[in-house]
Design a protein around this ligand. Structure first.
Ligand code: AMP
Ligand code: MG
Length: 346
């Protein structure tokens, strides 16, 4: 399959009509797969009402079919066609955070492909805020299922070239709208029970959600105790760079000492740090990822930096860890997955 590419400058049009999106919209309506930018990461879209179209997403990504997809809609009102009921707390969150990086899990209405929801009675839905995503959704006028546009297991794409590297020849097209922004995926919040439950930390923080609806719960599986899971079989990787990644919890000197030990054994070592500490470390590659003063900048660059390590033929990557506050929760959640929960404690 030839993968088309359309370059769209998101600031190009006053009225955001983006005529380059016509062909992408037509292909989506015909049941093809198109990658497009959102404010979180690039998504791989297909018609959520068509089994055939949704199937193409799973095939292109190599995604397990029991992992459900998020439906993207172009207006707040469209949620009523997808969800059976919208609790008042969910409505308050929609009013406050849509369009934006918050996905709500709600009871589903019929009409959405079973493949999107992996046979569940619930559906995950969000309205993205990226002007190109919104215009594409408007032109297509269908609910669009869109997981991140990467090969399953790889870091999510924050630039069109990441999508190209993973999916060229496997999908119908890529809308290149430049860098995405938030850099980590949306927060997934289950609103089907009385107290909302965070299933995945993301672009909207727990603190922001609680300011609107009061106390929320966090899925126990997400809580990081600083320990690796007891069962080695529970370890699984996602967002992973090619070389094994370890999160170091301790001082800069301790991290440098670990790097020196591995290098002493002839290993090529990479270090993931922030701009503040970039000049502190010595290793084969030292990459700074945003600033500690503002963890949203770490989120913006995390996947790009994880992918960049692959250009250096490393044996091991050591990463600093980050405070689990605000968007730091999402950053640490993704880093822990990328590291398969491998932590080195001082
Ligand atoms: P991705 O599409 O790669 O951003 O991942 C979507 C995330 O949303 C995955 O973690 C899914 O497990 C989750 N998700 C999608 N639909 C549902 C649902 N109905 N219930 C719970 N989680 C869901
Ligand atoms: Mg994903």
């Amino acid at each position: 399959m030839r993968t088309k590419m359309w370059i769209v400058d998101k600031n190009e049009q006053e009225n955001h009509a983006y005529p380059q999106l016509e062909e992408a919209a037509k292909l989506l309506k015909e049941g093809e797969t198109i990658a497009f930018p959102t404010e979180t990461v690039y998504g791989l879209g297909a018609d959520a009402t068509s089994d055939r179209a949704v199937d193409k997403i799973f095939v292109a990504k190599g995604r397990p079919s029991d992992n459900p997809l998020i439906i993207h809609i172009g207006s707040k009102e469209a949620v009523e066609k997808i969800a059976k009921e919208i609790p008042s707390s969910a409505q308050a969150l929609i009013d406050r955070f849509w369009p934006g990086p918050l996905t709500l899990v709600l009871k589903k209405r019929p009409g959405i492909s079973e493949k999107v929801t992996a046979g569940l009675e619930t559906v995950a839905v969000r309205m993205p805020s990226h002007p190109i995503a919104l215009e594409l959704l408007k032109k297509v006028d269908l609910p669009i299922a869109a997981p991140s546009a990467n090969l399953s297991g790889k870091p999510s794409p924050t630039l069109a070239k990441h999508v190209w590297a993973d999916l060229d020849g496997r999908i119908s097209g890529i809308v290149d709208g430049g860098p995405t922004g938030v850099g980590v995926e949306s927060t997934v919040l289950d609103c089907t029970e009385d107290t909302p439950l965070i299933l995945r930390p993301g672009g909207v923080t727990k603190e922001q959600i609680e300011a609107v609806v009061g106390k929320v719960r966090v899925d126990k599986a997400l809580l990081i105790s600083g320990q690796a899971p007891k069962s080695p079989g529970m370890k699984y990787t996602h967002y992973a760079p090619n070389a094994p990644l370890y999160i170091v919890q301790g001082s800069r000197d301790f991290l440098q000492k670990k790097a020196d030990e591995w290098r002493g054994q002839g290993k090529r070592v990479g270090i993931l740090t922030t701009t503040e500490n970039e000049s502190f470390y010595q290793a084969d590659v030292v990459l700074g990822c945003g600033s500690r003063d503002d963890l949203s900048t770490v989120a913006t660059h995390l996947y790009e930096v994880l992918r960049s390590f692959n250009e250096h033929d490393l044996d091991i990557i050591l990463s600093e860890s980050f405070p689990e506050e605000g968007v730091g929760q999402a950053v640490m959640n993704r880093l822990m997955k990328a590291a398969g929960h491998q932590i080195i404690l001082e």
